[in-house]
Write a protein of this length. Structure first.
Length: 327
């Protein structure tokens, strides 16, 4: 282990993160009843320019009046390149900051973007005597943001998570996509011919580099890496497969752009019962080994060591958080 200590962000369950447009307060009650870990009320891309002001009012009222049933609440503000952003922050934090856990910052391009927001939010929270520190969720969704991702991830103590915003990222990098977050058959390799002269096309994951880069930057800074949207909400299997490959890389959760995707994300990002049983056995076996002064032991014919115990502990802790939230 390095002598350098990575401080983990405030621990929160973040398997599912539901996007709810600020324009439609009727959806607030529905979202509050959903078994979702984090809700973000949107002021950005789901809201047309002439609706921004009303959406802001709806969100302030919603944060103050809806019973969110203990859920982690976030608001996605407009980008730093718009003239909406300062009012989003000033009005929402001044009038509902005590009800807010997180601010989601879209299209972060440089560490200075995060610094600027930190300064503004800190001034408002200090002036309004709000003791609870509002955290930041940062969306990495531009080529600039991806290039500066390490500095961005370490830019503020408020930082809690990095989300991969695949839709805007495609626009920014001019990637050829078919549907948001989905695969593209053109991103494939052809096998050599077999005996009968046939060749198969193996699809690749065109988002692999970006997502993996984000996981590394997030984890190296103690933040939660999150996979962003999957546009085709009628394709549950496609969503789950997309979520599974993100989970395999180390992501903590995935966005839901439709309530039907919440349960899918919760399922994929919760430890399975069999994995949990195994994790508990690993911990027990290692405790026994340590009592006997051994660094590694065999369990079910496989070597387990100190690294195995860390992985097992992470899993058991997550299961405890899920049980504690009752969802
Ligand atoms: C999310 O904001 C995205 O652009 O994918
Ligand atoms: Mg976006």
């Amino acid at each position: 282990m390095s002598f350098f200590t990575v401080e983990p962000a405030t621990p929160r369950l973040n398997r599912s993160e539901l996007a709810v447009p600020g324009t439609n307060p009727k959806l607030f009650e529905k979202a509050a009843a959903a078994p979702v870990d984090i809700i973000f009320l949107d002021l950005e891309d789901a809201v047309a320019p002439d609706e921004k002001e009303q959406a802001r009012k709806n969100i302030i009222q919603g944060l103050n009046e809806v019973d969110w049933r203990g859920k982690t609440m976030s608001v996605r503000i407009n980008g730093l390149d718009t003239h909406y952003m300062y009012r989003d922050v000033v009005d929402v934090v001044e009038q509902a900051g005590h009800k807010l856990d997180l601010i989601m910052i879209p299209k972060v391009g440089t560490a200075a973007d995060v610094y600027a927001l930190d300064m503004l939010v800190t001034q408002i929270q200090t002036a309004k005597r709000q003791p609870k520190r509002i955290g930041f969720e940062l969306i990495i969704e531009t080529a600039l943001g991806m290039m500066n991702i390490d500095a961005i991830a370490g830019a503020s103590k408020r930082n809690e998570s990095l989300s991969f915003g695949v839709a805007d990222y495609s626009a920014s990098t001019k990637a050829r996509t078919t549907n948001i977050g989905g695969a593209n058959p053109d991103y494939a390799v052809l096998t050599d011919k077999d005996g009968a002269g046939n060749r198969a096309a193996h699809w690749g994951d065109m988002w692999h580099y970006a997502l993996n880069r984000l996981v590394v930057a997030a984890r190296a800074n103690g933040l939660r890496p999150l996979d962003g949207p999957f546009g085709d909400f009628s394709d549950a299997e496609g969503y789950k497969s997309s979520a599974r490959r993100a989970a395999v890389l180390g992501c903590e959760g995935k966005w839901a752009i439709h309530p039907s995707q919440v349960a899918l994300a919760n399922e994929v990002f919760s430890p399975a019962e069999a994995e949990l049983t195994k994790a508990r056995r690993v911990i027990a076996a290692m405790e026994q080994a340590q009592r006997e002064g051994k660094g590694a032991v065999a369990l079910d014919g496989r070597l387990i060591d100190i690294a195995s115990i860390r992985q097992a502990e992470v899993m058991v802790k997550k299961a405890e958080m899920i049980a504690g939230q009752g969802r």
